[in-house]
Design a protein around this ligand. Structure first.
Ligand code: 5GP
Length: 208
């Protein structure tokens, strides 16, 4: 069986990470979404355990102290973290585990878990990015300014990632990510049993 792997998607606020993630997950059944924990207040329509595990700062701190996070970071004045157990259990089962996290978190994972695949999502232009943040209408003026200025800082880190995808159209961006997944699934190092597969007389090499 092929090993599962971690797929990390980052990109500035307004790059469309949420939309792309949803479209990708709706389309594929070989990808599981890692639900993050956060101290941010839920937005209208957000569901605990589905969009995030919403928690208090105390609860978050205890979980961090107990080593419960694969990574965690302070982003736009709130804490966010990836629960560790879920990720490793799913990878063990051969799943592709999808994380939608900020640059600081991605860099922590890169240090400790080199086999992950890192994708940076870019907006088509910075003007488009600003109007997407404003259009969303869920943030205060101060929040919008903070997210926009953080976006510039985050863009500097694109060089740390393996791939970039431009979100000009959702279908195109999803197709690009699927192409990356397709190649990653064919990496020899993700197949412990590749020798057995290719030397099997008359056997079928079936890489799922
Ligand atoms: P939002 O508040 O808009 O849902 O997310 C704000 C930022 O936090 C986004 O850049 C998002 O990718 C990031 N984020 C969400 N979950 C995590 C996480 O578990 N860890 C880290 N480091 N960032 C996260």
């Amino acid at each position: 069986m092929a090993k599962g792997f971690l797929l990390v998607l980052s990109g500035p606020s307004g790059s469309g990470k949420g939309t792309i993630s949803k479209a990708l997950l709706d389309k594929r059944d070989d990808i599981v979404y890692s639900v993050s924990a956060t101290t941010r207040k839920p937005r209208d329509g957000e569901i605990n355990g589905e969009n995030y595990f919403f928690m208090s700062e105390d609860e978050f701190r205890i979980m961090a102290d107990e080593g419960g996070f694969l990574e965690h970071a302070f982003v736009h004045s709130n804490y966010y973290g990836t629960p560790k157990d879920f990720v490793f259990k799913q990878i063990e089962k051969g799943e592709i585990v999808f994380l939608e996290i900020d640059v600081q978190g991605a860099l922590q994972i890169k240090k400790n878990y080199k086999e992950a695949v890192f994708i940076f999502l870019l907006p088509p232009t910075m003007d488009e990015l600003r109007s997407r943040i404003i259009k969303r209408g869920t943030e205060t003026d101060e929040d919008i300014k903070r997210r926009f200025s953080n976006a510039f800082k985050e863009l500097d880190f694109v060089g740390e990632y393996d791939f970039f995808v431009v979100n000009d159209k959702v279908e195109n961006a999803v197709a690009d990510i699927e192409a990356i997944i397709h190649s990653e699934k064919l990496r020899v190092k993700r197949h412990n049993d590749i020798k057995k597969l290719v030397t099997m007389q008359g056997g079928t090499v079936n890489v799922k």
